[in-house]
Design a protein around this ligand. Structure first.
Ligand SMILES: [Cu+2]
Length: 564
């Protein structure tokens, strides 16, 4: 009887998704974008040496993609033959409901686009709004192949050219919007960095030479180079979309003499929360409201950044908030960040509350709990890898055309056959050793406990974990090792918000301790609800860690994938 009831509720959910797709397509527009990935010269921080890097349509950061909720999107990607890199593009935070094949992950959802090839990605932005970004998902190319992806609630929510009407999103009203795209820049080529990270001399990550804001920084003040500027008018309210296009550091951001009101986190509206600075981990996004209420005529204001949780504590990442475009961009007159505090574990996530109630049940007992213990290990060949539960990430890297992506195994009639045989292979925690992925049923409530572990020098480091295909809610955290019987009902966050990237702090609470290498420092528990069939990676968004193996795969509802 229970089985039958469970079965029919699954069927109902499927009908619900189909109905939603039908309703959404009725109002949607098709928008087409062409992205040309090529190699070009780059000198974003005005350092003496010239560099080349991958650009999108000749630009870095990549040009913004702007769409309206429920639009159909068609992206045509040309990988220039001289790029010398195969690549894929991932739309970070876009759930790809019903289109897992458009998620842009090499080896999982597609074979990488080879130099000289053109690739088409088609998907619909179903029921999502807010601030996202798109980036390459292969090697370290996301250093530069990375740009904003903005989803407006309606046609009325787009900024207008004449700037006369108030813009609205949910309960919030503002005059205009600006983007603050954060990224990092090293004075090495992508290949030099890759050789170090994957080589035998790896001794931990080295912080960036420059912290970029909208693709610019001033490496040396003697150069006379200009800072990036955010130009505004006095006595207005701006929505500033802050995008963590970062690949290593967590970065604090503050605006001299201006408070910020957080209204959006990873595409979800939140109740207004006033802060003096933001803390942005790789992959995270925030929208803040900023009121230009300071003296305007002859003053400008530094926007400053500060890296957290890595060895480096200083950043040259600065921009200037200018009310008056006649003021120089080589310096700002106000450099006061009185409330720029030191790193505080947990920051103020616990104080943030969603504007809309959670879409999944956060109280019930999970149907399944997956526990992940990452560990940095020097391998037999002296290279360094991150293992998860002693397993090395082994689905294909996706660059070889001879290996179809994992998703292909589940599609069509052969997929049905594959799924029925799979049941015999699953380990107790639903891991399938044949394909290197966890297999989850449709509409399961799944808790994932992610530990932090001390690296060889005894330092506990945090990691920003990103879920593809599903939002997650952070339910709890704790110190040391997670003990299921004791910790299973623990709820640290009373007002969890849906996120796609959460920083798993080194240890909670208190400063990062030094301990023996490979000690479990602490854990965070996130919850997903598997309503979106697909082959979805779950990985650290520090790109170097990801390429060293800090990544696993969740196959959601494999039996539904054969229908795609
Ligand atoms: Cu990491």
């Amino acid at each position: 009887m229970m089985q039958g009831f469970y079965g029919s509720s699954k069927l109902l959910s499927l009908y619900f998704i189909i109905a939603l797709l039908l309703v959404c397509s009725a109002y949607a527009e098709l928008r087409t974008f062409e992205l040309n990935i090529s190699r070009g010269s780059l000198n974003p921080d005005c350092y003496e040496r010239g560099y080349t890097g991958l650009l999108v349509n000749g630009q870095f950061p990549a040009p913004p993609i702007r769409v309206t909720k429920n639009d159909h999107v068609h992206v045509i990607i040309h990988n220039d033959v001289d790029s010398n890199h195969s690549t894929t593009i991932h739309y970070h935070g876009i759930l790809q409901i019903g289109t897992p094949e458009a998620d842009g992950v090499p080896g999982l959802t597609q074979v990488a686009i080879q130099p000289g090839e053109t690739y088409h990605q088609r998907f619909q932005v179903i029921d999502q709004t807010g601030t996202y970004y798109y980036h390459a998902h292969l090697g370290l190319s996301d250093d530069t192949v990375s740009g904003p992806f903005i989803v407006y609630e309606s046609e009325d929510a787009w900024p207008s050219k004449d700037n006369k009407k108030k813009l609205k999103d949910g309960p919030y009203e503002y005059d205009d919007e600006r983007t603050l795209f954060l990224s990092e820049w090293w004075h090495q080529t992508e290949q030099e960095r890759m050789d170090y990270i994957m080589g035998t001399n790896y001794r931990g990550m080295v912080g960036a030479d420059s912290y970029l804001i909208n693709g610019k920084a001033v490496y040396s003040r003697e150069s006379g180079c200009e800072y990036p500027t955010i130009d505004v008018e006095p006595q207005k309210v701006y929505r500033v979309r802050v995008i963590g296009g970062l690949t290593l550091a967590v970065v604090g951001v503050s605006f001299a003499r201006h408070n910020l009101t957080i209204i959006e986190v990873d595409g979800q509206l939140v109740k207004p929360h006033s802060v003096s600075y933001l803390e942005v981990a790789p992959g995270q996004r925030f929208s803040v409201l900023l009121t230009t209420d300071q003296p305007a005529a002859d003053q400008s204001y530094f926007i400053d950044t500060k890296p957290y949780y890595i060895r480096e504590t200083e950043s040259n990442g600065r921009a200037i908030l200018r009310y008056n475009t006649k003021l120089p961009a080589t310096t700002a007159s106000v450099d006061e960040h009185p409330k720029f505090p030191p790193p505080t574990p947990q920051w103020h996530f616990a104080d943030l509350a969603p504007f809309n109630p959670p879409s999944i049940d956060l109280e019930k007992e999970a149907d399944r709990t997956i526990v992940i213990k990452p560990m940095e290990k020097v391998m037999a060949d002296n290279t360094t890898a991150w293992l998860l539960n002693d397993r090395l990430y082994y689905p294909s890297d996706g660059t070889n055309k001879a290996h179809p992506p994992l998703l292909a195994k589940f599609i069509g009639n052969d997929g049905k056959d594959f799924v029925s045989k799979q049941q015999q292979r699953l380990e107790a925690d639903s891991f399938d050793p044949d394909i290197g992925a966890y297999t989850l049923q449709f509409n399961e409530t799944v808790d994932i406990v992610i530990h932090t572990t001390a690296i060889a020098n005894g330092v506990c480091i945090g990691h920003p974990w990103h879920t593809h295909g599903h939002y997650h809610y952070v339910l709890a955290h704790g110190a040391g090792e997670y003990v299921h019987e004791q910790d299973k009902d623990l709820r640290t966050y009373q007002t969890a918000i849906a996120r796609d990237t959460s920083f798993v702090y080194p240890v909670q609470p208190g400063p990062p301790p030094r301990t023996a290498g490979n000690t479990l420092c602490g854990w965070s528990k996130i919850r997903i609800y598997t309503s979106n069939p697909g082959v979805w990676p779950l990985h650290c968004h520090i790109t170097s860690h990801m390429v060293q193996g800090m990544m696993t795969v969740l196959v959601a509802a494999p039996d539904k994938l054969s229908l795609l």
